[in-house]
Write a protein that binds this ligand. Structure first.
Ligand SMILES: Nc1ncnc2c1ncn2[C@@H]1O[C@H](COP(=O)(O)OP(=O)(O)OP(=O)(O)O)[C@@H](O)[C@H]1O
Ligand SMILES: [Mg+2]
Length: 462
């Protein structure tokens, strides 16, 4: 009997205990799937490549919040910020240069202008060494900078042989040597652009002598004095008499004459009438009034950029964007490419981030023959851009772009479908699709299609 009582109490206790615990499969009804016990699954280890296959919808963490706000990361929905100097500091990219490629009217210039103007708030300055459409002038003035207009009846004249601001640490002799090298490089580029071919060795000598004669005449020589000295040299060199120098430099002298008294007369043929103020937040060179072939534009840009570069080389210039909008027009000029390449190489030392805007990567193949030095220079520029931003591309360009940039098939498939303002950003080894968000004021200021959207009654389309 005693035994039965004990058994009965034990069952009672068991029932009480079970009533306070959850059932083994968890609660039923509305409380389902909530359990006091932690879910335990067996540990599974795999490489990140394999895990990415198992969880394909995970988005990139982004580049962090440092730098200017660009827009929305289309994959994660988060904000996307970009600052080439910060990313270089963090080791994400190996150089601050950027390439921006996309078909006409998809918002390349708009993005470049946003990046540039928003960076000014971070203490950066912006230089546009050649603006063939004149669309940066309003932007430069709006941010308190200057737009220098060349041609079209403007009285502005630049002397590309100006020595530029002197670097404090060099003595007189070093400074004179530095300035001579700069002038000689400029004359070399100009001559090659004017002739459309590399200089021969005797032409190099003729140019050297002409430069020395022009410097002997005036400490700040002008292009006409160099052209005069080329056509009528007054001195000789070992191995080259005066008459031989005149014969060797004749072709070159006549080609360069174009800059002095031909279709570019009045632009670069005398002392500068304006000074370049490197302290301004933005300076652009408006070339929209210069009509003519790309070769002419390239020669103007060579002169104008030499004039600007002297100021860019100042070591205390701070961090600057140098924007080459419509660069595809310039890429065909090997002489200009060589100048750009030296800018690219110097970028880290001088705190410069170059932004090169083209339509498609095959623009880089428009220069020279397949094995030419010029083609190698153009390809070198692409290789030296750690950040590549690809806006909409024609379908035919897809495989080429994917191969160059190492895009996945999914990334390549997106290229033809990108909308205005959307781009595939390849930053170092990482990729993002970013929707550039432009404010209303920015769009009004940056607008390049107002003439297309104006209705015949004169009111813009709403
Ligand atoms: N992020 C954006 N949001 C809204 N509209 C935009 C955006 N980007 C560009 N646009 C519109 O697209 C128009 C063309 O842009 P933009 O001039 O920048 O194109 P582009 O690619 O530089 O063209 P092109 O190759 O002819 O120079 C602008 O005037 C603007 O109205
Ligand atoms: Mg544009």
């Amino acid at each position: 009997m005693q035994h039965d009582v004990t058994v009965g109490r034990h069952e009672e206790q068991e029932q009480e205990h079970q009533a306070t615990l959850l059932p083994a499969p968890g609660e039923i009804g509305p409380e389902a799937l909530r359990s006091l016990r932690h879910l335990r699954v067996p540990t599974h280890r795999a490489t990140s490549d394999t895990v990415a296959g198992a969880y394909p919808f995970l988005a990139e963490a982004g580049l962090g919040g440092e730098g200017v706000y660009v827009g929305q990361d289309a994959w994660s929905g988060g904000g996307f910020c970009f600052d080439p100097w910060a990313l270089y500091r963090q080791g994400v990219i190996t150089n601050p240069n950027c390439l921006l490629a996309g078909v006409v009217g998809k918002g390349k210039s708009c993005l470049a202008k946003s990046l540039a103007t928003r960076s000014i708030a971070f203490g950066r300055r912006v230089y546009v060494p050649g603006d063939p459409k004149g669309e940066w002038s309003a932007v430069a003035r709006a941010v308190g900078g200057a737009a220098i207009q060349l041609g079209g009846g403007s009285a502005n004249r630049l002397n590309p042989m100006d020595p530029g601001p002197r670097v404090g640490t060099v003595d007189d002799l070093q400074w004179a040597t530095l300035v001579r090298i700069r002038r000689r490089t400029l004359l070399g580029s100009l001559s090659e652009s004017a002739l459309g071919r590399p200089l021969s060795s005797v032409e190099h000598t003729a140019l050297d002598v002409a430069l020395d004669e022009a410097i002997a005449e005036s400490p700040t020589p002008t292009l006409p004095s160099v052209v005069d000295a080329l056509l009528e040299p007054k001195s000789s060199r070992p191995g080259a008499t005066c008459a031989e120098l005149a014969r060797d430099g004749r072709d070159l002298g006549h080609a360069m004459r174009r800059l002095v008294s031909g279709d570019l007369a009045g632009l670069f043929d005398g002392p500068s009438t304006i000074v370049f103020d490197p302290s301004l937040p933005m300076v652009s060179l408006d070339l929209s009034q210069i009509q003519g072939a790309d070769q002419l534009i390239a020669m103007v840009m060579t002169c104008a950029s030499a004039w600007m570069e002297a100021a860019l080389a100042a070591p205390d210039g701070g961090q600057r964007w140098v924007v080459y909008d419509e660069a595809w027009r310039l890429m065909r000029q090997p002489a200009l490419l060589a100048r750009m390449q030296s800018q690219w190489k110097l970028c880290r030392g001088l705190g410069i981030a170059n932004l090169l805007i083209v339509h498609r990567l095959s623009d880089l193949d428009a220069v020279g023959n397949s094995n030419s030095e010029a083609r190698a220079l153009a390809r070198g520029l692409l290789a030296d851009c750690s950040t590549k931003i690809i806006y909409q591309q024609e379908i035919s360009e897809g495989p080429r772009t994917a191969l160059e940039l190492g895009l996945s098939s999914a990334e390549q498939a997106q290229l033809p479908d990108l909308q205005v303002g959307e781009g595939l950003w390849r930053v170092g080894n990482r990729a993002f699709v970013v929707r550039h968000v432009a404010t209303e004021n920015e769009l009004r200021l940056f607008d390049t299609s107002s003439r297309m959207t104006v209705q015949l009654n004169g009111f813009p389309e709403t």
